[in-house]
Design a protein. Structure first.
Length: 301
């Protein structure tokens, strides 16, 4: 009798442990899919557009698919205009953009759903040989409109200024022209699609100037201050540095399936507090102001 009782106790104890284990099975996969629903994540999606946002989406997709090996996320550049056009046409699942859909001609923003995943500051960058670290905003406008053609005119070396522009359709270009040049049209110059290519050309070309997202600025080039305001995140958060944009991931209608889970993941606290700042972006939660598509600024409450 005693043996039977002890055997029954052992069975109950084992069963209790199994139940407890099932009740606490919050796996890393649950965290990664952004839902915690325990369902296996699978399928394939494509995200296309902004090269300024591309490093974050690529890094987040690698983390996500490492936790969810049956999911595949294809990330491509091409510029914000391409991303918005293709997601509107249904050619891709997600359109990555540095600008609001409302700002792009030919895009019906009413059909797209905006998912803000980060904030990116952008700054004029120069070849280190130019000998300048700070200029006025008016001088910046005069450089890009061709009125100032030599760095000695703004306190730098006696060196010709070479402008490297971004391609038409680039969200970085649209943001820079709107907030850095006050809407002025830059002179015709060499154009490049890729942020990485721009950085390389500026670093290797004496006298070169262009503009990049903070996430692309490194020791190979010089980021310029404007009117003694440094291009840094703290100044973006308060709008003291005005050349910044939200990083948007647009879907055609409400996100569903894998796209919905990936967007939930990239806006999760883990990614926003860790991966986003790690790659040189700002968390959407760090901003002390908000800006709408028309440029209106309101304080975050």
């Amino acid at each position: 009798m005693k043996k039977r009782f002890l055997g029954l106790v052992a069975v109950i104890a084992a069963f209790t442990m199994i139940i407890a284990g099932c009740g606490n099975s919050s796996t890393s996969s649950d965290k990664a899919n952004g839902t915690g629903d325990g369902k296996e994540v699978s399928g394939s999606i494509t995200a296309v557009g902004s090269t300024a946002l591309q490093p974050l989406v690529e890094a987040a997709s690698k983390q996500f698919t490492a936790e969810n090996p049956k999911a595949q996320i294809n990330v491509q550049g091409g510029g914000s205009g391409t991303g918005l056009t293709q997601v509107q046409q249904g050619a891709v699942d997600i359109g990555n953009s540095d600008v609001f859909a409302e700002e792009k001609d030919g895009v019906d923003a009413s059909k797209l759903v905006d998912h803000r995943v980060a904030v990116v500051g952008m700054a004029p960058v120069v070849n280190k040989d130019a000998g300048v670290k700070n200029i006025s905003k008016q001088q910046l406008i005069d450089i890009f409109t061709g009125k100032i053609t030599n760095w000695k005119e703004v306190g730098g070396k006696n060196e010709k200024i070479t402008i490297i522009n971004r391609a038409e359709g680039s969200g970085t270009r649209a943001t820079f022209e709107k907030w850095g040049l006050d809407g002025a049209t830059p002179i015709k110059a060499q154009e490049q699609d890729s942020s990485g290519t721009v950085r390389k050309i500026v670093s290797e070309t004496p006298g070169a100037i262009s503009y990049l997202a903070f996430s692309y600025i490194d020791d190979s080039i010089q980021g310029l201050s404007l009117d003694n305001v440094e291009p840094k995140e703290a100044n973006v958060a308060t709008n003291d540095w005005k050349i910044w944009a939200y990083e948007h991931m647009y879907t055609n209608g409400e996100a569903t399936g894998l796209a919905k889970k990936f967007l939930a993941y990239i806006t999760s606290e883990d990614v926003q507090n860790d991966l986003v700042p790690q790659l040189g972006y700002q968390s959407i939660h760090s901003m002390k102001v908000e800006r709408d598509a028309k440029g209106n600024i309101t304080e975050v409450k």
